[in-house]
Design a protein around this ligand. Structure first.
Ligand SMILES: Nc1ncnc2c1ncn2[C@@H]1O[C@H](COP(=O)(O)OP(=O)(O)O)[C@@H](O)[C@H]1O
Ligand SMILES: *[C@@H]1O[C@H](CO)[C@@H](O)[C@H](O)[C@H]1NC(C)=O
Ligand SMILES: *[C@@H]1O[C@H](CO)[C@@H](O)[C@H](O)[C@H]1NC(C)=O
Ligand SMILES: [Mg+2]
Length: 441
């Protein structure tokens, strides 16, 4: 018996040993992973601590008011109706929520199917811990949104900490629309300039924010949204709030696929101005290059070219770049860039006030504010008349009291119309065919 039992025993013993060893290595491994995860959680906590306002003086503007707003929004969260998915990235997911009678809002929470979460689970096999870890990114974003306030940063309307909604931490934001580069490329220069100007104003603010000079590490267009045509930063978790530290100048290199730039390592052992310059070059390569030069008004082209060159070479900082942008805006608004328009061109048109045209035959032009016809922004009726003269199909144009963000008029050009109807806010300018023919002869 013992001879038959002992091999069995040996097998059982062997199996037991294997099991114990396997169990203890797994245990040992998971203990190790747990430790690493804890360390990471602690590091993330440490990272965001300095962003909280200190007690002495340096408080949030209206901290108490801010948290009141939050409390209201939070209690409303359960009643909100989710209407649509607005977008999602590696870390977060954003849905539209309706809250009648107010405007709809965007709710941002952890993306449990995002690659951040997936990577963490692969490494640590700890759903709770990973949720906490990824949540720190959203926490960082929320505290940064509280501390960094600017017209070109998305507005935080509130945030909820608890799991009452089953979503964990949630940020309640004003709602925007994704910034679609392809769509912007087809829009009028005025709108593209607006986006670039908004970005420059944002970067100027970030270079001297209450938290110091902030670099945006991920600068792609999907980190921004548009709200009524205005660019707003929405993804802030990948922001670097401190300038990089260094031992020597060689540590202060900015590397891009097509260009490298080197900076000075200061006596305080930081790469001074590097955050600002990183942002500016990214603005050049992700935004200006596509949006700015193309179809700029001829008189403004030299100024635009100068901006392209100085940002593409990082010859100037953000402050002088902002000045250059504001100058372009000033000239564009004032109409100085149109100074050599023939003023008499308007005499070729008869103004019919208080009417708008019906049954008009529209033609398309590019880049138009409307896809159906030819709608362009103009500084004055004279500029509209000049445009109509230059377009062979144009026989009349309508100017309504609607204006663009720079205060320019919107003019709609047409080749003909069937009749006119009363409209107090509109003037139709009809080309005097004979007069223009006589002039042309
Ligand atoms: N306020 C908002 N309104 C509309 N869409 C938004 C808003 N905020 C973000 N989004 C969309 O959600 C996506 C994911 O948000 P983001 O903060 O960039 O998450 P991640 O850190 O995962 O990249 C964005 O790319 C954007 O398209
Ligand atoms: C930038 O620097 C890196 C590292 O020094 C180098 O490998 C690369 O070729 C440089 N790129 C350009 C465009 O100069
Ligand atoms: C800036 O201008 C200089 C001189 O004309 C030119 O050599 C350089 O390529 C330009 N750089 C950019 C980024 O446009
Ligand atoms: Mg993003």
């Amino acid at each position: 018996m013992s001879s038959t039992r002992s091999p069995l025993c040996a097998v059982a013993l062997f199996a037991f040993v294997v099991l114990v060893v396997a169990f203890s290595t797994r245990n040992w491994r998971s203990e190790d992973a747990k430790k690493t995860l804890l360390e990471e959680l602690r590091a993330r906590q440490q990272e965001i601590l300095p962003f909280y306002p200190t007690k002495d003086g340096d408080t949030l503007s209206g901290t108490s008011a801010g948290s009141d707003v939050d409390a209201v929004a939070c209690s409303q969260l359960a009643r909100m109706q989710i209407a649509a998915l607005l977008g999602s990235g590696y870390t977060k997911t954003v849905v539209q929520a309706l809250l009648p009678p107010g405007p709809s809002v965007a709710l941002k929470s952890v993306n449990h199917r995002g690659s951040d979460m997936r990577q963490c689970l692969e490494q640590f096999h700890d759903p709770m811990g990973c949720h906490q870890l990824v949540s720190f990114k959203l926490k960082k974003e929320i505290i940064l949104l509280q501390r960094l306030q600017h017209p070109n940063i998305i507005k935080l309307k509130g945030h909820c900490q608890d799991g009452r909604t089953g979503r964990g931490i949630t940020a309640i934001l004003e709602q925007g629309t994704p910034l679609e580069m392809i769509q912007l490329l087809q829009s009028p220069w005025e709108e593209r300039f607006r986006v670039c100007l908004g970005l420059v104003r944002l970067l100027h603010y970030l270079s001297q924010s209450p938290l110091g000079s902030v670099a945006l590490l991920d600068f792609q267009s999907r980190q921004f949204v548009l709200v009524d045509g205005e660019l707003k930063l929405t993804d802030l978790d990948d922001a670097n709030v401190k300038e990089p530290t260094c031992q020597s100048d060689s540590d202060c290199m900015l590397q891009f696929p097509l260009r490298n730039f080197s900076f000075h390592c200061s006596e305080q052992r930081i790469c001074e101005g590097m955050n600002e310059m990183r942002n500016l070059y990214n603005a050049y390569r992700y935004f200006f290059m596509y949006l700015l030069p193309h179809q700029a008004p001829p008189m403004l082209q030299p100024l635009v070219k100068e901006i392209m060159n100085s940002t593409g070479e990082l010859k100037k900082g953000i402050a002088s770049t902002l000045e250059a942008f504001e100058e372009i805006l000033h000239i564009f608004k004032s109409g100085h860039h149109l100074e050599n328009l023939p003023p008499l061109v308007i005499r070729d048109y008869v103004a019919v006030r208080g009417v708008s045209s019906v049954g008009s035959v529209n033609y398309r032009c590019w880049p138009s504010y409307s896809h159906q016809g030819c709608v362009l922004s103009v500084h004055s009726v004279t500029e509209a008349a000049d445009i109509c003269r230059s377009q062979p199909q144009c026989s009349s144009f309508t100017v309504q009291d609607q204006r663009t963000w720079t205060g320019r008029l919107l003019a709609s050009f047409q080749s003909s119309f069937s009749h006119l109807v009363p409209d107090v806010n509109s003037v139709v300018y009809v080309r005097k065919m004979k007069a223009s023919l006589v002039q042309a002869l």
